[in-house]
Design a binder for this molecule. Sequence first.
Ligand SMILES: [Zn+2]
Length: 454
Amino acid sequence: MRITRYIVITLAAATFLTGQGMHRETAERMKDRGLSTLDSYEMLKELTGTIGHRLSGSDGYEKAVLWSQRRLKEAGADSVWTEPVMVPRWVRGPVEKAFARSGGKNHELTVCALGGTVGTEKKGVTGRVIEVRSFDDVRALGESAKGAVLFFNRPFDRTRVNTGEAYGGAVNQRGSGAIEAAKVGAVGVIVRSMTNAMDDEPHTGAMRYDSAVPKIPAAAVSTMDAEMLSALLKKDPGTTVTIQLSAQSHPDVLSSNVIGEIRGSEFPEQIVLVGGHLDSWDKGTGAHDDGSGVAQSIEVIKLMKALGLRPKRTIRVVLFANEENGLKGALAYASRDANVRERHIAAIESDAGGFLPRGFGISADSIKFGKLTQYASLLDVVGAGKITAGGGGADIGPLKPFGTALIGLSPESQRYFDYHHSNHDTIDKVHPRELELGAIAMAILSWAIAQDGL
Ligand SMILES: [Zn+2]
């Protein structure tokens, strides 16, 4: 029995190694073709250049739906379709201004409306400013916060090597700051921008309300002006801030996810999903967030078709609607009836910027995780062999109940939040070869999984 087991294990290992060997030749071909053509960059340039930003419910988003269907067809997808989804429509409007009044003088603050905020009356809201770093600070204020503008000024933890972790440690101020502030009677919030960069650019992003407390206006302030406001407060504790916003929420509108696939030759009902989100914020052109993931995902199909490859299992590109302010596209996809007969064995998302890929972060059970780590040396063909536990992406997260292995492309993270959700997120910040290397890494991994199963 022991010998039998030994033989079985040896055979399994040998089969796997042969597979790896075969995959290596394919991986080399993908690398050679991808780095010669840089098609993902050409696609991203066109998306950002001809359409620009693509907030849910905007004309830009609907143009991107048409654009990506055309690009998926041109890439050679066997079928391309859209999936209907209702999404929120929030419009920033032309006015987003704030100033501090301190020591008898006005000081302009560079701000932008946070996504989802209510607008203000024309004269704005004004209140004494109170600087806070945490929700504990807010609760401790109690009655004294009545009528105040709370200024959330907890910076990124600069000691974090991975900037995504620093973002995770600060972003609740943006997401829930207005709720916590309203609970103690504040009339508005100003939130330090979610970035390590010290500059004069405000960064937007989603914020939420709670129906149990009043909806108060919320704006992000640039990191430089956050420092200035903090300094003004130290000199003059009576400093006030006025916020003027013209933002408005409208009823939900009908929109779409965009889907294209190469059908598997042997197990078409088994799906390896590759994707990113098609929407972006309305600042910059969403080049890194997440035009990169969109272009890289389409490139996965394009590379395979160009090389005459047909996977055993279906490789499906899903370009999700409304990741930024609702996740409605991801929720609609995960609740499709088709998920009963189809089986998503793995989902790979690129939504951390089009920077040099280093590897993949994986959320899966230990057996699947163990199998996937064996592709590390294969992914080293493009320097993306660093496999770490944990990861995935907001859009693929809702597939977790299906037992799908959730996989996120992990690019180098130092510059992402310098640009994220701001006017700085534009095509000139994307390096064509870095973007393409990420696309090739996704193509290699999705191909290997589609051939071997999981
Ligand atoms: Zn994103």
